[in-house]
Design a protein around this ligand. Structure first.
Ligand SMILES: [Zn+2]
Length: 633
């Protein structure tokens, strides 16, 4: 087969990167080869580690949880592999105090160097090693401001107990564990955690405890290799409830029954996912519902998804979050983006997979409502960013920036639309076979966009060339904006909603009987698509009919407050303040604060609310909002 020069070069460089990454035959590679890797697309600009020189393989973590000082202390004992000429191993750290470091079984502390801190990346920890070094034991404690950790006071939880949880993605694992904090570096782990006697600690493993242990000492093992951003820990008065043999839920004690009811379909979701893309690789699949300050909807920590309580709507209408996090067990956790520039490989695939799981359980009409709403979100984001903004490319360039900058709709929803177009181009049967083979061929591996494009070209496009004549893959992945051939998603269930919007807009008519059986998606479509400019009277009427203000469904409340802010409708202010002081999910915070600061009055309100609410938010949300509200860090 014929290959052009640039492709051939990419292939060679890719191959040598793999060889070096696994630390094999590193001596045979000259330093010029290493230089080549440092400049290629596989290079991770968000980690100081040099895995081609010395790389971690297994972690034994031993930590004491101190709720008095709000710190973790103990040691990380890393088993390593290295090239024959490796003189040092480099770890990522952020705000950690390194107490001492020992090598192998020797208890004599060695000298090490902790470099000065970079604003985004933290401090590189350089540890000298020799040919006989097999393990590096780092004794340390975290700072009270560790970015991954959120220490909750009893009043911030439902059960009025202390609570701690971590959020490691994208590059915050280094703030609670000295690690090689890049998504292309995988390791297995075991851990021992000591916590107060009345609390339970759970981690990203399949063998979590299911009841509180009288001693406060817990042991864990994750035998599957994972990247550091999937390291996770939650500690609180947590209880467990079984859903089926391999699925269950964890939540604060007073929430357990509610959560178990809401997520009753978890078992069916795992079955549906396996039918689509092959066996679930992680043993158990559990979900823990955290207190409301959790900054994300969910985090796909292996075996144990971390989830926001804002999806406990009481009617199972927001369970697609579980489908999403479960889908990451394939796209993300099994086959991982090699760098944060390839983030769409994690999230675009997961959005696509989420929709397929939802379709299998609840029908296409239902899943297409969610897909349609995602496209609406994407169009708003594209409008905000500007169509020519380089951040609207699927393949990002986050060099010198916080990878958090890339975690927006583009990776998720443009990625989704691209994969949906692939399905529609080639037909579902062939597409599913292709995806299955993609995951099977890249299990427990980290992959770049270029790896995917090559696999796609070889296994799908070349054999079915005629079908792809009008699809420009490179435009979708490497160019800005949304290509014109993006699928339009027509939703039958929205026809009725659109009718109601028309009646309201043209005749001021509100027919309450029609909306009686609407689920969250229909309500969101309604709120998001009534005219952007409404009179006070119109908003009064809507609220009187539908009770949006103070609605216990966070999605609906959030969309309504956003609409009201756009119209300077101040009757929501106290309910919105209560909402913003009780929920820490960044998806809600950012649009609301962002809209408030567009007017002078709103700015004052935003600062007033933020002053009260900030202490209750996770650092991930704090950082974003500090910047938005131009506060000094
Ligand atoms: Zn996701």
């Amino acid at each position: 087969m014929e290959k052009n020069l640039s492709k051939a070069f990419l292939k060679t460089s890719f191959f040598s990167a793999i060889i070096l990454l696994i630390g094999y035959a590193a001596t045979k590679h000259s330093s010029t080869k290493k230089m080549e890797i440092a400049t290629d697309w596989r290079h991770d600009y968000h980690s100081f580690a040099e895995p081609n020189n010395a790389v971690v393989k297994h972690l034994s973590l031993n930590l004491n949880i101190d709720f008095e000082k709000n710190i973790l202390s103990g040691f990380a004992n890393w088993q390593i592999e290295k090239s024959a000429d490796a003189k040092e191993i480099i770890f990522d750290t952020r705000d950690l105090t390194i107490e001492k470091i020992t090598l192998n079984e020797d208890s004599t502390p060695i000298n090490f160097e902790l470099k000065s801190a970079d604003k985004i990346l933290g401090s590189a920890l350089h540890i000298p090693i020799s040919t006989t070094t097999n393990s590096v034991k780092i004794f340390y404690h975290t700072s009270q401001n560790a970015l991954a950790l959120q220490w909750l006071k009893p009043e911030q939880t439902t059960g009025k107990q202390k609570f701690l949880f971590t959020q490691s993605e994208a590059i915050l694992a280094r703030s609670w564990i000295p690690c090689q904090d890049g998504p292309a570096i995988r390791f297995t782990y075991d851990a021992t955690i000591y916590c107060p006697k009345n609390l339970m600690a759970v981690m990203s493993v399949a063998d979590n405890p299911q009841s509180i242990n009288a001693s406060g000492e817990y042991h864990y093992a994750q035998p599957k290799p994972i990247p550091s951003y999937l390291m996770a820990l939650a500690v609180g008065e947590i209880a467990f409830k079984k859903i089926n043999e391999r699925c269950g839920i964890y939540a604060e004690l007073p929430m357990v029954d509610k959560v178990a009811w809401e997520f009753a379909d978890m078992g069916k979701m795992v079955d549906a996912a396996e039918k689509l893309y092959g066996p679930y690789a992680w043993g158990r699949y559990d979900v823990i519902v955290l207190p409301p300050s959790f900054p994300f909807g969910g985090m796909e920590n292996p075996c144990l998804t971390f989830a926001t309580p804002t999806v406990i709507a009481g009617d199972r209408s927001l369970v697609s979050l579980v489908a999403h996090e479960l889908a990451h067990s394939w796209s993300g956790n099994l086959t991982t983006n090699a760098t944060w520039n390839d983030f769409w490989l994690n999230e675009g695939f997961t959005m696509y997979f989420q929709m397929r799981i939802m379709e299998a359980l609840y029908g296409k009409d239902y899943s297409d409502m969610e897909a349609n709403l995602c496209v609406q979100d994407l169009q708003n984001t594209l409008k905000d960013f500007g169509e020519k903004n380089p951040d609207t490319k699927l393949k990002l360039d986050l060099k010198g920036r916080d990878p958090d900058d890339g975690m927006n709709d583009i990776a998720y929803n443009k990625g989704y639309l691209f994969l949906r177009l692939m399905e529609e181009t080639v037909g579902r049967n062939l597409w599913d076979e292709f995806l299955k083979s993609w995951f099977a061929a890249h299990q427990f591996q980290s992959v770049t966009t270029e790896d995917f494009v090559e696999f796609l070209n070889k296994n799908l496009i070349e054999p079915h060339k005629e079908k792809f004549s009008s699809v420009n893959i490179n435009q979708w992945i490497y160019e800005v904006g949304l290509p014109a051939n993006a699928t339009t998603i027509n939703v039958t269930r929205f026809i009725e909603v659109d009718e109601q919007i028309k009646n309201f807009t043209t005749k001021n008519l509100i027919e309450k009987t029609v909306s009686k059986n609407w689920v969250t998606n229909e309500w969101l479509h309604f709120i998001n698509n009534v005219p952007e400019k409404l009179s006070e009277k119109q908003l009064d009427n809507l609220d009187a009919a539908y009770h949006f203000t103070g609605n216990s469904n966070c999605e609906i409340a959030d969309a309504w407050y956003y609409l009201c802010l756009k119209n300077h409708y101040t009757k929501i202010n106290s309910a919105m303040e209560k909402f913003l002081c009780s929920v820490g999910r960044r998806k809600y915070l950012l649009p609301l604060y962002g809209e408030m600061i567009k007017s002078e009055d709103g700015k004052i309100l935003a600062h007033q609310i933020y002053a009260k609410a900030r202490g209750g938010y996770h650092s991930v949300s704090q950082q974003t909002l500090d910047e938005l509200l131009k506060l000094k860090k």
